[in-house]
Each structure stands twice: as C-alpha cells, then as structure tokens.
Design a protein around this ligand. Sequence first.
Ligand code: BES
Ligand code: MN
Ligand code: ZN
Length: 521
Amino acid sequence: MNKMRGWTAGIFSIAVGFLLATFVASANYLQTTTSFTQQSVHQGDTLVVLVPEGTDSVSLSGWGDATTAHIQRAMRAADFEGKARQQIEVLAPTDLEFSRLILLGVGNPSELPRHTAEEMGAALAAHIQGSKASNIVLDSRLLTNPGVTADVVSAIAHGVDLRSYRFDRYKSEPAERPAQRYQWVVGNAPAVERAYSQLHALAQGVFVARELTNLPGSDGYPAAFAEYARQQLEPLGVVVTILDREQIKELGMGSLLSVSEGSKHKSHLLIAHYKNNDDEQPIALVGKGNTFDTGGYNLKTASASILRMQTDKAGGAAVVGAVKALAGQQASVNVVGVVPLSRNMISEQATLPGDVVVAGDGTTIEVANTDAEGRLILADGIWYAREHWNPRVIADIATLTGAKVGALGTEYSAIFSDHENILSTLREAGDLTRERVWQLPLDGYENVVRSRIADMKNTGAPGAQAGAIFLRHFAGDTPWVHIDMAGNALIDSASGINPEGGTGYGVRMLTEWVKIYSRQQ
Ligand code: BES
Ligand code: MN
Ligand code: ZN
C-alpha cells in the first residue's frame, strides 16, 4: 500500500515537474561566498580592515613593525581618520601576503546607521568587482563591542550581497559574475553568523523581487509569476494558493478580471500565507502584479512610456519578496501576501474606455481610462484580503501613478493613510532600510473619483491622491495604507546597493515594517 502510494506520488511529481518546467526557472542569484572565522588569515588578494574613528595606528596580530609603520605613513599621507565611509588603499603592503590593503573607516561603530554600513559594503563590492581580486579577507577585530560588531559586519556583508546580484538569464554569453570569496575575521563568529543569516534571508527576498520585476512580459505573465512565487515560497513553509480566471470570476472579482480580458494570459490571484505566531489576524500585504502595462485602449503611445512596463509587477514582486524574507528569517509574524496578477492588453475582448465593471464587493466602476488598471486589480486584491483573511491591517504597494513620480521622484515612495501608527511605523522601517517614504494627503480629496454613471470611476485629479482615494474604499473599516512606488522599481545604472535593473524596492522596508507592526499592542 505504502509502496503504491510512493509510486503514484512519484509519477504525480514527475507530471508536476514537467508542468513547472514550462514556466521560467528559478535562478542562482549569487556566486559570491561569505564566511566568518575567528582565526587570523594571513593570505589572500585583498585585505580589508575596518577601522573605528580615532585609531591612529593599525596593527593586526602577526604584523611586524615595518608593516605597521608603512600603514601608519599611508594613513597620515591620506588624512585617514577612520570616519564612516572613508577608505584608503595601500598597494603591496610591506611584509604582508596580500597585494592590496584597504582601510575602511566605520566612524563610531555603535552609531553607524545600518544603511550606511550596507552602502559601504556595496561600494566595496563594486570596487573589488573592478579589480582582479577573488580572495578577500576582511578583519573586524579593531571593533571591540561584540554586539555592535555583529551588526556592523553583517550589514556590510549584506551590502556586498545586494550589489552582487546579476540578471543575466537572457545573455547567451553572460559577463563573468562577481565570484569573490569574502572571508571575515571576527572576534565572535557565532554572533556575527546569527546576525548575517537574518540579512541573508532578507537578501534572498530582495533577489526574488528583482528577478520577478526584471522578467520580460513574454515570460513574466500572470501564471508564470504565480508559479515562480510558489517555487520560491513553499519550501519555506509558506502556504501558497493560486486562483485562476474561473475562480476569480466565481468570486465576483470583475474588476481584477477585466484588466486581462484582452490578453491570452488571464488574471490570476496569488495568496501566500506565512504564520509563525499566535496572532489570529494576519498583516496583509497586497501588491500590484500587472505583468505588462500597454495602457490598454488608452494605449501608452510614447515609446518611452510603454518601454519597461514589465516592471509594473514590482509591487507584487515586493510582496512576494517580503513574504520570502520573513519566512526565511522564521520571523514570529502572521502575514498574508495577496498579489492580483494581470496583463493589460488590447484585443476584441479587452475592456473599452467607458465600460462599467463590478468589483468583488459589488461596487460598480466606470473604467474612464484603461491605463488606470492598477487600482482595478488592487481593488479586488484589497477586498479579497479583507473579506477572506480578516487582517488587522492592510498595506498595498504599487507602481501606480506617473503623478507620484512627478511629485517625489524616485528617492521616496508616497504613502497614504488615515492611521498615524501605520504611517509612523512605515517611516521607521523606511528610515532603517533607506527605502524611504513620504506622506501625501487624503483629506480633502474625497470626491475626486465620483462617476456620473457608476459608483466610482477609476480616474481623477490630482493623480496620486485619486488612486489612493479609490483604493481606500475597498479597505472598508480595516486600517489601511497605500504605498505608491512608481519610479522606484528600476534603475538604468548601478548605484549604491543596487546593480542595474530591478531594485527590489519595498522588500526590505515591508519586511521590517511587518515585524515592527507585529510587535505593537
Ligand atoms: N503603471 C502605470 C504608472 C507608472 C508610470 C509606473 C510610470 C511607473 C512609471 C499606471 O498603470 C498608469 O498608467 N497610470 C496612469 C494613470 C492615469 C491614466 C489615470 C498615469 O499615472 O499616467
Ligand atoms: Mn497603466
Ligand atoms: Zn500600470
């Protein structure tokens, strides 16, 4: 009997494996390795020493007087004082079996912000990627407080990881990937390893979000996005449910349904639940997963406006990434990610401007502009989260409006909420991770989405507020915040912790926010 079951299960998984193989496969994101040891390492290509401010002479165990004197002269010549981000490089350091020595200032380590440490790691990675060094030894033993050292070292190592990701699955001859070995010499290896493993899990979430964001429309359609997320999340104990077009229709979510009717790839709804505490009510994250935005019949006619619209799924990608990070960290949270997935295309079956669709909660919506599709899919995503999960709070995140880019550019995302504790905890998470947020008002814009013929229309002015006011309706009485991350999803050239391409914006902020908000009350 048992044998039978095993055999049938085997056939079943072969069949499932075959089906999955038709979707885009998971990538191996990094070729760099990171390890921690308490033993001195005397050999390598590059030695990096972390130097606190006020250190006037550097000497590590095994260094002779000649080495110490050489480094001290170099420090003086460069006015190196160990200030945070300050860096000097000494070639062929006397009597050391390293071709280069880098002194990296960390200022006062207990006051070094996490994001500064991450940016220092990213800058170091970029610098080293430009050299031939493959064996990097990093010594942190001039930092004496073990707890502080674990935070500083793990954040620098995290910055190295974030910058080392590459999206090269479409290159027939990929450029060589960053493949350095980063070996950290630390005073207390278990403490650093514990801190780093949390940030390593976070980085895995960021990478999934970047990958999903980067996938072109041809491969990143709704069902493929959902399956990719399933592959990434289920092994971590996340319960994944994927609703297809018929199920969406059955549940009455006509607004989500309407956005993909012009495409052969129909709307889907991804639900990912991770529960690791006793909270009955989950925190709900709802992300816009519009896998491509042509605008629909309100076509994006400027080539610059339609290009890169595969990144219109970045909000959904951020939600998948945050759930992946929280599960990977085994965070004690109850979180449900809901990602409405669509593909906004043109055909005989597509929604026409002026059509009226009916959302899951019964609201009738005049589609005044088919290019305002994000709020149409989020309306049902938010309603589904509220109706089926009874969440304590809902945060939606979306590349929603060009108006947001006009108002805030790409350094901040815009946040809208009537709840001060949601806004303040989001600011806290945003400041910690440097995925910063800025509040825009809702008050006074109540009537901007009034429709002549239906309950609401999907456009209004000012643009970013109209999107938010529209979405607020579907959250009902549930505490809610809307995050407009238009413009934050993609960068054209590497900068800070980001390589070129998808940024994974939102993953780190949402992950921290869910943990902060979870601890409240
Ligand atoms: N996905 C776009 C918003 C966007 C624009 C994201 C630029 C990233 C960069 C969204 O679906 C959209 O088209 N919004 C319209 C709404 C308008 C038609 C009411 C916009 O902002 O122009
Ligand atoms: Mn649009
Ligand atoms: Zn869009």
